[in-house]
Design a protein around this ligand. Sequence first.
Ligand SMILES: CC(C)(COP(=O)(O)OP(=O)(O)OC[C@H]1O[C@@H](n2cnc3c(N)ncnc32)[C@H](O)[C@@H]1OP(=O)(O)O)[C@@H](O)C(=O)NCCC(=O)NCCS
Length: 169
Amino acid sequence: MNALLNPPSWPERMRLQPMRSGSLDVVMAVERMAYPFPWTRENFASSLASGYLAECLFDDHDPHHLIAYYVAQLGVEEMHLLNLTVAPADQRRGWGRRMLQALCVRCLQHGAAKLWLEVRLSNTHARRLYEDFGFVRVGVRRGYYPDFVGREDGIVMCLDLSQAPVEGA
Ligand SMILES: CC(C)(COP(=O)(O)OP(=O)(O)OC[C@H]1O[C@@H](n2cnc3c(N)ncnc32)[C@H](O)[C@@H]1OP(=O)(O)O)[C@@H](O)C(=O)NCCC(=O)NCCS
């Protein structure tokens, strides 16, 4: 394992905070820009109602500027990443990697030794992020995602956090 599991360093003006129902207008605005097949507002609302872990990264200089968010479901000693999104105008500046780091810290806090996710076969940017981060491909879900024509496969990936050194330990 590497140093990826250290808490991310955020610039002072950045604020990572729990996603709240009051944030869903701005979350939905980013979600619609980021995906051809976005989550619905109901997907987010039911995630919050179910107590899923969900955090938003805001720019304190502009409280309406949502940079990134994630939604993850805690299971028994494992976490499932359901949504990780960086606003299109803020992509490729290291926010996605930092959000993953922040989620890994949460995994350790919750005793989750594995972090699972699915990613579209065609989503090469996200797949590269996950591979660079240390996720390994463990399977394929055939036709997991909707597509413009038919369905698209989902690649199942997993990060094993059990050997991760905890900063300061
Ligand atoms: C995928 C996503 C979360 C990455 O976030 P990001 O903040 O843009 O990524 P980062 O700047 O942290 O980049 C980390 C690494 O990801 C990969 N990557 C990210 N964007 C890339 C791009 N446009 N081209 C190539 N590689 C890319 C690279 O390996 C990069 O490392 P490097 O900059 O050292 O080369 C973001 O692009 C996004 O939200 N996309 C739309 C929604 C989505 O697909 N979410 C994932 C669903 S599974």
